[in-house]
Design a protein around this ligand. Structure first.
Ligand code: SF4
Length: 397
């Protein structure tokens, strides 16, 4: 995606398109002078020849069943700790959940998702034997008790493999979390998830409006959306739902209806979280061109993509774009992760903003959003302090 623009950056010498495992290996060998291939022969690489950008042909998809397990080296634990040290999202006290993939790609075609472009609607799924071997390494060699699966669509959307996975995790006694599509959720599946120690699922409901679900090409109707919520509330699995606001063609009425739906979900399933996410036109997606036609100007250089985030994006097709960012942050602080209140060392500050956010939500009052300005300041100046704090914590682990 955006290859020419990326290559314009003086910071970039090479790009590896799409999946990197084999291309990175071949490029590294070439750069070390150990390759019998010349650059034009290395599939998947983009490079510069004098002032010309050369884009080599795409590499075929890798066979994920033949890839080595990345967590099987002597340095695995060290790598995981280092990763945590540089991430502001995780506790340093544990390396769990260890994240791994079970599949790549997705057979569905949601119009806001990069997947159709990237994976061409092809889902590749690891064999259950390979999955068992890898999970056993994590459990027996590293004493890992919890895993997170970061598939595009859990087990490539293959229901049989999801069921086999549940049996396996029940047998191994590992806790786990993952995203799963709403159409897989019925009582039979929810029971399996619960029994297999699944403690957290993420579900992109996106909307309760059939017209909008169709626009997104979500592949299910509002009936499935409500079935998922009504089913999951009966089980001991924490659920993080998400919905999308501010997409091309949204009206103020659509937005208001969706916010009411969010309240409906909170009432139907009180012990759950729900993220209200502003739409982002991602390159390669079906809605990208529509967004450009409606006035969106993509960032003109590589560095500008850094501000391309849910809380920064100014959708040109709606007059209330400032509200979108406020709604995103209000719902994040108000009820997306309310358990932070119990755990956070800065609970008293969080508590204050949490209360303000809930008040705003109830009144649907998103103007004069001073908390957003404070958040921007925090993003700009706060991270170095967090980093120092984490380095100190690391010293005493
Ligand atoms: S949003 Fe999820 S289900 Fe839809 S295409 Fe993307 S990965 Fe597949």
């Amino acid at each position: 995606m955006c290859i020419e623009q990326t290559m314009e950056s003086p910071l970039v010498d090479y790009i590896i398109k799409k999946e990197g495992e084999e291309t990175l290996y071949e490029l590294t060998k070439y750069l070390m002078g150990e390759s019998d291939k010349e650059l034009p022969q290395i599939k998947g690489v983009c490079w510069r020849e004098k002032d010309r950008v050369i884009i080599n042909e795409d590499r075929e998809f890798v066979d994920i069943n033949t890839l080595p397990f990345p967590y099987s080296t002597e340095k695995t634990r060290e790598f995981l700790i280092t990763y945590r040290t540089f991430s502001t999202n995780y506790s340093l006290k544990t390396v769990e959940p260890v994240v791994m993939e079970l599949s790549r790609g997705c057979p569905y075609s949601c119009k806001f998702c990069y997947n159709r472009f990237f994976s061409k609607n092809i889902a590749r799924i690891k064999s259950i034997d390979k999955i068992e071997k890898e999970l056993t390494i994590l459990k027996d060699k590293y004493n890992i008790k919890e895993v997170g699966f970061y598939d595009d669509s859990l087990c490539g959307g293959n229901r049989k493999r999801i069921e086999e996975l549940c049996e396996l995790l029940q047998k191994l006694g590992l806790k786990w979390q993952s995203a799963i599509r709403a159409n897989y959720i019925d009582d039979k599946m929810a029971e399996r998830l619960e029994k297999s120690n699944c403690h957290h699922v993420f579900i992109g409901l996106e909307s309760n409006n059939d017209r909008i679900l169709k626009k997104f090409n979500k592949g299910y109707t509002s009936e499935i959306v409500y079935r998922a919520v009504r089913t999951l509330r009966k089980y001991k699995i924490y659920v993080s739902y998400s919905v999308i606001i501010g997409y091309p063609g949204e009206t103020r009425e659509d937005l208001n209806n969706l916010l009411d739906f969010v309240d409906e979900v909170r009432e139907l399933h009180p012990n759950s979280g729900i993220a209200v996410q502003p739409f982002l036109p991602l390159p390669g997606t079906d809605l990208y061109q529509e967004s450009i036609d409606l006035g969106f100007t993509p960032p003109s250089k590589l560095e500008d993509w850094a501000d391309f985030a849910h809380d920064e994006f100014k959708a040109p097709w709606v007059s209330y774009y400032k509200d979108l960012s406020a709604i995103y942050l209000v719902t994040y602080v108000g009820f997306r992760y309310k358990w932070y209140l119990k755990n956070s060392k800065i609970a008293f500050i969080y508590y204050l903003f949490h209360k303000i956010s809930l008040w705003r939500w109830e009144k649907r009052y998103f103007s004069f959003y001073f908390e957003g300005i404070m958040f921007k300041l925090y993003k700009k100046f706060g991270k170095p302090f967090i980093y120092i704090q984490r380095q100190l914590e690391n010293l005493y682990l």
